[in-house]
Design a protein around this ligand. Structure first.
Ligand code: ZN
Ligand code: ZN
Length: 76
C-alpha cells in the first residue's frame, strides 16, 4: 500500500504549504520553478511522469519536491 505510506508526509507537506500560503497570501508564489528530473525526462518523451508523488504534485499545480522539483508548474 504505497498511498498509506505517502499520506503522513503529504499531511506534513500540506501543513507546511498552508503556513507558507497564509504568510504570503498577498503575493503569488514566486519560489523558483524547477521541474523534477523524472518529470523533465518524461516530458521530453512527450509523456507525463507516472510517479504517484509527481502526479499528485502536478494536480496541485506544483513540481514534485520529493523528486527534486520546486515551486509551481510554469504555464505554457
Ligand atoms: Zn516525476
Ligand atoms: Zn515525484
Amino acid at each position: 500500500m504505497k498511498s498509506a505510506r505517502i499520506l503522513p508526509s503529504l499531511l506534513v507537506a500540506a501543513s507546511l504549504f498552508a503556513g507558507v500560503a497564509f504568510a504570503g497570501d498577498a503575493k503569488p508564489a514566486n519560489a523558483e520553478s524547477k521541474e523534477a528530473k523524472c518529470c523533465m525526462k518524461a516530458a521530453k518523451d512527450g509523456k507525463t511522469c507516472d510517479h504517484s508523488c509527481c502526479t499528485e504534485a502536478a494536480a496541485a499545480g506544483k513540481n514534485c519536491e520529493k523528486c527534486g522539483g520546486s515551486g509551481t508548474i510554469a504555464k505554457k
